[in-house]
Design a protein around this ligand. Structure first.
Ligand code: 2B7
Length: 692
């Protein structure tokens, strides 16, 4: 906005003062919106936190006053009250009137905070209507500042001392610093503190600075907005006064450990206590003198599989990551790999874990503190100093080694290694799975795959896939079908029961591969029902025990690996008849015993009865009439509950839950009864005529 490209010496001098902050507040606090408003509070809070982080204070009180002002108090050493010889004014005055005055006082004691924080308390002063400071350092010292528009000079006077720092002569009953200020409504679009924002940030700071007691009091009136109707029935919003907010205090003796526990609240931890380590290392940031970096981390795993790493640089959240995160990940990866290799979790033939493997279920908080940091990224929340990576990585490796040596931690490391191995196996398995499923799906499934007799039509809405028990019935079905719409996949013997098999094992099976390939919509996680070649997948098996079993196995397969096909209502059970009742030119089929009596009456005296023992006994014509012809057949649409129940029956009979199996077999003394159960599951559902 300022069109001036070059400043002369006079300009420079002017812009050196706090006026520069007023002219371009955005440059110093980001914006004049609600974030900028809170920024001027953080500047003050940060100074108090630094005093605590350096070990001189352990209590910070933040108050949002009824008049809209805010104050911060710490119980540290108190800002320097003596005259700074270079500036010719008190330390307090320097702090509040000079830009970038931070950290120049005591670089020994402010090893990690000197100049860490952007611009300091002077910016808060510049953008406040008034600011008052009290220093408790033996006596009580006071100073105040004001901002106003000087009509004679026609310019903003900002953060101007009302008087020099005064020693009130009153003995201080406590030690520390108290800063109280009123944000200037001429600067900010809003001057209303957001309670939740302040609450969250103070809580976060309490986690990041263990043992520091941080309290928040909100003395403002609290209103809620409620909807109401006026006399004419128009909706209006009314402000309702709420009870005042109770003060809150945050203090976490466990620091980052408590932070991790808090983040994992509600999840199941893999081990009881988070791991924690901290160290200080040398660092040489480019273009800056040699310095120190303080690195701290805590981590814990949950049985979940998502990762969350919260990282901070100088107590500022680095949402976009950066070199400290890179170092953390590579250090942790190396540490876990070394442990897993040395302790048999990774065999000689196993490839090393990759970063993703050790991230599953990981919750971690990483904080680094150092001077001369550079923030990058869209929101300036990414650490851009590459020199940070190595010391963080090194610290994590060393830290994990030291933590392993702590009694009781070996089991924690075992859990971590086990979890990583599981993730790695899963990853490898799924990659293989994706590859096979992809290969299977890429073959367009309508061409002849294995023993599949494919239909010629290309419209999934019309197409039907019959999965038929036995080669002979399959052969008959191939003769009976309408070639354009009906595909036949004969199954030889019992298909693989996938209940106890991994997805990869399932994929070794020819029949399963053929099914995946025929359906053409992928498998397991990569299954995409919108790609299916068939909107009717019909299981056709005999009405006997073996047939029930096959049906159950197939339903389990669809339930486990193509659930959306079931959800979409594309899986059906074909119903072959049990009996044929006929006489000369009348033929009736009965699908169960009750129907048999009915059909016998219908055909009348002199009827003949044929009982089908299996699909294979039928002629192509009979199979077409009874089971495949959309006009006359009976189909049951499988619901996901049916499929789930089939899967759970199988689970109970053949899965790992031995207990359930014992009970189940005790109640169902013979296997007929067991299959009777399976039969009920699949057939005694209300028969739905769903066909065209
Ligand atoms: C980086 C600058 C701003 N400072 C000191 C000493 C103590 C101290 C402060 C502070 C905010 C609200 C209550 C150092 C540090 C200036 O130099 S700032 N305490 N608290 C604060 O601002 N709280 C200090 C060495 C010896 N004695 C005092």
């Amino acid at each position: 906005m300022d069109k001036k490209q070059h400043y002369n010496a006079d300009d420079l001098k002017i812009l050196e003062g706090l006026e520069a902050v007023r002219v371009r507040p955005g440059m110093y606090i980001g914006s004049t919106g609600v974030n900028g408003l809170h920024h001027i509070l953080w500047e003050i809070v940060d100074n108090a936190v630094d005093e605590a982080a350096n070990g001189y204070a352990d209590e910070i009180k933040v108050t949002l006053h009824a008049d809209g002002s805010a104050s911060v108090e710490d119980n540290g050493r108190g800002m320097p009250t003596d005259v700074n010889s270079k500036a010719g004014m008190s330390g307090v005055e320097v702090i509040f009137t000079k830009l970038h005055a931070g950290g120049k006082f005591d670089s020994e004691n402010y090893a990690f905070s000197g100049g860490l924080h952007g611009v300091g308390a002077s910016v808060t002063n510049a953008l406040s209507k008034w600011l008052k400071v009290e220093v408790y350092r033996g006596n009580v010292f006071k100073m105040s500042f004001s901002s106003y528009f000087d009509k004679a000079k026609k310019k903003w006077m900002c953060g101007i001392p009302d008087a020099p720092l005064t020693d009130t002569g009153v003995k201080a009953s406590k030690k520390g610093t108290f800063v109280h200020f009123m944000p200037d409504s001429e600067v900010f679009e809003t001057v209303e503190w957001n309670y939740d924002t302040v609450f969250k940030r103070l809580k976060e700071l309490a986690f990041l600075n263990k043992g520091v007691k941080i309290s928040l009091a909100d003395e403002r009136e609290v209103y809620s907005v409620q909807k109401d109707e006026d006399e004419e029935g128009n909706e209006r919003e009314i402000k309702v006064k709420e009870p005042p907010r109770e003060p809150v205090t945050f203090c976490y003796e466990g620091g980052l450990k408590d932070f991790v526990k808090y983040l994992n609240d509600g999840q199941t931890p893999l081990y009881s206590e988070p791991l924690y380590y901290s160290d200080v290392k040398d660092i040489q940031v480019k273009g800056a003198p040699a310095g120190k970096i303080k690195i701290e981390f805590a981590l814990a795993h949950t049985k979940d599989d998502s990762e969350s790493l919260f990282s901070f640089v100088n107590n500022i959240s680095t949402v976009e990551g950066g070199y400290h995160e890179t170092g953390f990940h590579s250090g942790l990866l190396k540490a876990v790999n070394d442990y897993a290799r040395a302790n048999g979790f990774l065999k000689a033939k196993d490839p090393a874990f990759i970063a993703d493997d050790i991230k599953e279920g990981l919750t971690a908080v990483l904080t680094v503190k150092l001077a001369n940091v550079e923030f990058e990224g869209q929101t300036k929340t990414k650490l851009g100093n590459p020199e940070v990576k190595a010391p963080v990585e090194q610290t994590v490796i060393e830290g994990m080694q030291k933590l392993l040596a702590v009694r009781g931690n070996k089991s924690v490391f075992d859990e971590i290694a086990k979890k990583a191995k599981f993730a790695a196996d899963d990853r490898i398995k799924h990659r293989a799975e994706r590859d096979v499923a992809k290969a299977a799906s890429e073959n367009d499934g309508l061409n002849l795959v294995g023993k599949l007799a494919s239909c010629s039509g290309k419209n999934p809405d019309m197409n039907e896939l019959f999965i038929v028990e036995g080669d002979s019935a399959g052969g008959t079905a191939k003769q009976a079908r309408v070639r354009q719409y009906q595909s036949i996949l004969p199954l030889r013997g019992k298909p693989l029961n996938v209940q106890k098999k991994s997805a990869l094992q399932a994929l070794q099976n020819e029949e399963i591969k053929t099914m995946i390939s025929a359906i053409g919509a992928g498998f397991n996680r990569s299954f995409d029902v919108s790609k299916t070649n068939y909107k009717k997948v019909i299981i056709l098996s005999d009405a006997d025990q073996d047939g029930m079993h096959i049906r159950c196995i197939l339903l389990t397969f669809f339930f486990k690996y193509m659930r959306d096909l079931v959800n979409a209502g594309f899986v059906y059970i074909g119903m072959p008849p049990l009996y044929k009742v006929y006489k000369k030119d009348v033929t009736e089929y009965a699908y169960d015993d009750a129907e048999l009596d009915e059909k016998i009456k219908k055909v009348g005296k002199g009827y003949q009865l044929q009982r089908y023992k299996g699909l294979g006994e039928m002629s192509a014509e009979q199979l077409w009439d009874t089971t495949m012809n959309p006009a006359t057949r009976n189909l049951i649409q499988v619901t996901v509950e049916d499929a789930a129940e089939a899967a759970s029956v199988i689970e109970m009979l053949m899965g790992d839950k031995v207990e359930g199996r014992k009970d189940f077999l005790a109640q169902n003394a013979n296997f007929n009864k067991v299959d009777g159960f399976i039969e009920r599951v699949n057939f005694n559902k209300e028969r739905k005529e769903v066909d065209d």
